[in-house]
Design a protein around this ligand. Structure first.
Ligand code: AMP
Ligand code: MN
Ligand code: MN
Ligand code: MN
Length: 280
């Protein structure tokens, strides 16, 4: 199904377009349904909704929640949530406090690598003062000449095992899914092909996710390495999980796939959006 993009970022987190600009760009790219899924915040939803109404496209209130599972970071999308849910908003506020503490620790680690003032630089690029991500640090370090592009910064400094990496303590899988359910949303595992999990670990994760009330798998993601979609489609079919698709768009120059252009689910997969009643 084209014209449906259920994963995107705005200036409310580490995207570079405002929520309104993002929706406008999705509309121009032919989208008829867009989920705004900023990291650990819902603060862009209201603005996105205004622009979506103007253009007559369906805006799905969403969020991409940072989770620590079995010692690694995974991302869980809450889709079609109530953006005013007290349980969800309180949970996300706790994650943003964790982010702030981590940002200070990253600043110290980067200073030891010869890059003082990195947090100040990252903050100056973050449009939402409550949400500093590694992407902001990466953009700052590229501008400071520390690496040739964002990918290079992650490989040298920010990825797990690199000297600027600080182990985060995100939400548990249980907590993240329960917040999404409390907000009336659907929990979807984001870009499952990016976690480097072998078949056994993937199965363990998905079995637990299902048990907790997770319903979907992001089968089509622009951030996936090629060739994983078939495997994920098979897994979704065998486990009775619905499928989702998303561009994971952040920025016109940085992102491989533009917002609104999110690929199409393999045949035979039930789309996660099928039972929604989102306003167009
Ligand atoms: P954070 O949640 O602050 O740890 O930042 C995670 C974000 O960093 C992801 O959502 C991506 O936008 C970005 N990111 C992670 N790894 C890479 C990479 N290798 N290259 C470019 N961006 C990355
Ligand atoms: Mn991001
Ligand atoms: Mn992600
Ligand atoms: Mn994302």
């Amino acid at each position: 199904m084209t014209g449906i993009d259920l994963h995107s970022h705005s200036t409310a987190s580490d995207g570079t377009l405002t929520p309104g600009q993002l929706v406008e760009r999705a509309y121009r790219n032919g989208a008829r349904m867009l989920a705004l899924t900023d990291h650990d915040t819902l603060s862009g939803i209201a603005e996105a909704r205004v622009q979506a109404r103007t253009r007559g496209i369906a805006l799905v209130a969403g969020v991409e929640i940072s989770v620590t599972w079995a010692g690694r970071t995974i991302h869980v999308l809450g889709l079609d949530v109530d953006a005013d849910s007290p349980v969800l908003t309180a949970g996300l506020a706790g994650l943003r406090r964790e982010r702030d503490a981590r940002a200070v620790a990253i600043d110290e680690a980067l200073a030891r690598q010869g890059f003082p003032g990195a947090l100040a630089g990252a903050r100056s690029l973050a449009r939402n003062p409550e949400l500093v991500s590694r992407t902001h640090f990466a953009r700052h370090l590229v501008a400071a000449g520390a690496a040739k592009d964002i990918d290079d910064v992650f490989q040298r400094y920010l990825s797990s095992g690199r000297p600027g990496h600080v182990e985060p303590h995100w939400a548990s899988l249980e907590a993240a899914v329960s917040w999404i359910l409390a907000a009336g949303g659907d929990a979807v595992l984001a870009h499952p092909g990016r976690y480097g999990l072998d078949e056994g670990r993937m199965w363990t994760l998905l079995a637990r996710f299902l048990e907790l009330g997770g319903v979907g798998l992001e089968i089509c993601s622009a951030s996936h390495p090629p060739g994983v979609e078939r495997r994920l489609g098979d897994l979704a079919s065998r486990l009775g999980l619905r499928g989702s698709q998303g561009s994971d768009f952040h920025d016109p120059d940085e992102s491989r796939v533009d917002v609104g252009l999110a690929g199409s689910l393999p045949r035979g997969i039930d789309p996660v959006w099928q039972h929604w009643e989102v306003e167009a």
